[in-house]
Ligand binder design. Structure first.
Ligand code: FAD
Ligand code: DLZ
Ligand code: SF4
Length: 517
């Protein structure tokens, strides 16, 4: 018999490790282990989502007549790590071979490469075919210099897949409709009611387990409304395509207090754990355009996130690891402020974005990039500390996608592989794209001093602190020209306000209350 080991983010029926499976003699192994729940203190909703989705997936395989050897988290024999659980399963089944699909994270890749020698059994590591671009394929594109910018890579992927193509040309004549996608939300607009899923008995059991085992992890466990089966995830996708996609493009960058989801997909956890595939998501969005049910700016903008950004960051991750996290281009060293764990601050934008993170293990892209991310960049937080936070707090967080977004896109720690300049912005950006500033303790127009918006003086302070490195960047020419014209008294006032703010921002615990597990 052959043992097919399926990990918690590989819950896809046509996973390569399940190809050529013979139900009469093969066994599928799935294991719930503490090591995976605690390598960072994951948000309880993420743990519940993965464990419940794993249990449902195992039942679906069993319904097909496949034998699944499933180890639960509370099994008394459980050794609580992938390697040791695989070793126990090899003892139980004495397989002629173990078959796996390559993992999403370098950490697990290193473990996996040791399994054949450690367990003395042939190991077949198969490519993860759920991506448009394989790891080797990206490396080849990199050698051909087609990955220097996401946009070049994206166009190549459009050509290769034929998605949103009319013959050899992009649909509508343009590759990118981003200039149509920067609208703030109008005051009067009907927002779609988002589909959430009532936990069934199996999910309830998992929720109770997570509540008992991880009581101190950051984040609310309930209400829990994520899809945990493929059928539910498809329902969530259909709801997005019908009710949200048509306006996704226009308001992709908008933020509104108390509105946590707007027109976003809410599908990244499903894509990342395998309940949905990238190909079917793009195909359904394209079909909505073909039927005239969603405009091109929305559909192109949405597909670019998946066919472009998602594939691009994965390629960067695998071609830059393992030393990628060590880079610190801007030499940022400050500790992560406590506010990231408490959300308690008079800065309404930060409180809102950390609040939605706590409530749902979710924040949309602009909240992550331009609020919590921008703040970390401007404060000069050590990249490893802020990367660990993002990996811990989101239901969709897996290192292959999280790290390039944080380390590269937000912190510019890789020197510009993800963006040619840092996404640094003052409070004016947040004021334009949200209603957060109304009702904030700070004045978005204030430049310095106690009542001024911290983003304003932190922005200029960031430019001053990084002048040697960033002023040489041609795309930073404009702000540095302004800085050079700035009177010394104003520079001094900016430095003083920033110093006071940064000294007041308490460093937080890096691994919050993990000791309690
Ligand atoms: P939508 O806005 O509806 O977008 C559709 C899909 O496009 C997403 O589901 C996602 O699969 C993909 N996508 C969009 N932007 C990106 C991107 N920059 N990189 C990769 N895929 C993208 N995404 C994750 O899946 N996991 C993470 O751990 C993660 N961490 C992030 C950290 C930071 C600091 C930033 C700035 C972005 C991060 N992203 C991450 C990307 C993006 O924010 C999320 O994919 C998105 O918010 C998920 O919500 P959604 O499904 O509603 O997305
Ligand atoms: C995220 C996660 C969690 C919380 N728990 C498990 C688990 O118990 N068993 C499992 O197989 N996978 C889990 N995962 C997902 C893994 O962390 C993921 O497969 C690796 O990070 C590789 O990407
Ligand atoms: Fe955020 Fe500044 Fe606006 Fe307050 S004033 S919400 S701190 S951008």
């Amino acid at each position: 018999m052959r043992l097919r080991f399926v990990l918690g983010d590989q819950l896809t029926r046509d996973l390569s490790a399940l190809g050529d499976l013979d139900p009469s003699r093969d066994v599928v192994l799935m294991v719930e282990v503490m090591a995976e729940a605690t390598y960072v203190p994951h948000h309880p909703q993420k743990i519940a989502l993965i464990l419940s989705a794993m249990r449902h997936f195992a039942d679906e395989l069993r319904a097909e007549g496949i034998t699944v050897d499933y180890v639960r988290l509370d099994d008394p024999e459980n050794t609580q790590s992938f390697t040791d659980e695989l070793a126990r399963a090899v003892d139980r089944h004495a397989p002629e071979a173990v078959i796996v699909t390559e993992p999403g994270e370098w950490r697990v890749w290193e473990m996996m490469r040791g399994w054949e020698a450690a367990l003395d059994v042939p190991l077949d590591i198969r490519q993860d075919a759920r991506f448009f671009c394989s790891r080797a394929g990206f490396a080849a594109l990199k050698d051909a210099r087609k990955t220097t910018r996401m946009e070049y890579f994206y166009r190549e992927m459009r050509r290769r897949t034929g998605i949103l193509m009319e013959g050899g040309d992009p649909a509508g004549g343009q590759w990118n409709y981003d200039h149509d996608n920067r609208e703030p939300l109008p005051a009067q607009i009907d927002l779609p009611k988002r589909l959430r899923f009532e936990p069934d008995a199996m999910t309830r059991e998992v929720i109770d387990l997570v509540a008992e085992r991880f009581p101190k992890h950051f984040g609310d466990l309930e209400p829990f409304g994520w899809a945990v089966t493929r059928a539910q995830a498809l329902e969530a996708l259909d709801h997005f395509i019908a009710d949200c996609l048509p306006r996704f493009g226009d308001y992709q960058d908008a933020m509104r207090a108390g509105e946590d989801f707007l027109f976003h997909g809410l599908i990244s956890p499903y894509l990342n754990c395998g309940l949905l595939t990238a190909l079917e998501v793009c195909a359904r969005a394209e079909a909505a355009y073909d039927r005239g049910e969603a405009p091109l700016n929305a559909v192109e903008g949405f597909i670019r996130q998946i066919l472009g950004w998602r594939e691009f960051v994965r390629g960067i991750y695998w071609t830059e690891m393992p030393d990628y996290p060590e880079r610190n281009h801007l030499n940022a060293t400050r500790d992560l402020p406590e506010v990231y764990w408490t959300g308690q601050t008079g800065m309404r934008c930060m409180a809102e974005c950390i609040g939605t993170t706590r409530r749902h293990a979710y924040a949309h892209h602009i909240q992550r990039l331009m609020v919590t991310g921008n703040y970390a960049l401007l404060c000069g937080i050590a990249p490893a500390q802020i990367a660990e936070w993002y990996l811990a707090v989101y239901a969709d967080a897996f290192e292959w996608v999280e790290l390039p977004n944080v380390h590269g896109m937000v912190m510019h720690a890789d020197g510009g592989l993800l963006g040619s300049k840092p996404y640094a912005a003052s409070g004016a950006y947040i004021d334009r794209m949200s209603d957060y500033c109304t009702g904030c303790d700070y004045d978005p127009k204030g430049k310095v001093g106690e009542g001024a918006c911290p983003f304003n003086y932190l922005y200029w302070n960031f430019l001053i602190e990084n002048e040697d490195t960033l002023s040489k960047n041609p795309r930073m020419g404009l702000p540095y020209a302004t800085l050079r014209k700035m009177p010394q008294t104003q520079r001094d006032a900016i430095r003083k306000s920033a110093k006071a703010h940064l000294e007041g921002a308490e460093p937080g615990p890096r691994q919050p209350r993990l000791d309690a597990d």
